[in-house]
Design a protein around this ligand. Structure first.
Ligand SMILES: Cc1cc2nc3c(=O)[nH]c(=O)nc-3n(C[C@H](O)[C@H](O)[C@H](O)COP(=O)(O)O)c2cc1C
Length: 176
């Protein structure tokens, strides 16, 4: 499969980056081709809602989403979203990418998908809003989710390294 992994943290060696690394390691060990887009380190902009694309491209914004990412999303078999939990939802960096699906939304439908998320807190409700968002997104995009990792209680690199979430991310990557 062709897999696109989109990360959304400004921490290059952060907790969600570790889950992305491990997922990719697993997926590549199974022969899959991975394209990684680190949204926080690219020149990206939010959707302007101008509707020039008519939800069927091209997008008028000349940035890394238009130039490097959108065609990869159209051509891939699986999309993996990787985010730190920011105020109970996706980080702004990854939400910007999701909103920009708009110009090609019909062509990004029907893929396989996965979500990898990390948070500081470890309450039963910590990830409920993100879970609801991801579930609804999968329904709307007709994505077949292959799994999600909600790594609660993983606010720092040392916290996540002591947990079994990196291994779970590797196994998820290997299983797809
Ligand atoms: C702006 C901001 C908002 C955050 N919001 C939450 C939150 O709502 N719940 C939570 O448990 N942790 C929250 N955190 C903590 C991060 O989710 C957590 O530290 C995560 O491991 C960071 O991932 P990263 O290392 O990949 O950037 C927040 C951190 C920041 C900077």
């Amino acid at each position: 499969m062709k897999i696109v992994v989109v990360t959304g943290s400004p921490h290059r060696a952060g907790t969600s980056a570790l889950l992305a690394d491990k997922f990719i390691e697993g997926a590549q060990s199974n022969g899959h081709e991975v394209f990684r887009f680190n949204a926080a380190f690219e020149n990206i902009n939010p959707c302007r809602g101008c509707d020039a694309c008519g939800m069927n491209g091209p997008c008028v914004i000349p940035d890394a989403i238009s130039e490097k990412l959108i065609q990869k999303l159209v051509d891939c078999d699986m999309i993996v979203l990787v985010t730190p939990l920011y105020y109970f939802g996706f980080s702004a960096q990854i939400k910007m990418v999701i909103d920009r699906f708009y110009s090609r939304t019909g062509h990004i439908h029907g893929k396989k998908s996965a979500l990898l998320a990390t948070s500081w807190n470890n309450d039963s409700w910590t990830m409920t809003a993100l879970k609801a968002h991801y579930t609804r997104l999968c329904e709307y995009m007709e994505w077949r989710s292959q799994g999600a990792i909600y790594a609660t209680g993983c606010g720092t690199r040392s916290m996540i390294e002591r947990s079994d979430f990196p291994q779970k991310a590797f196994e998820l990557g290997k299983s797809v």
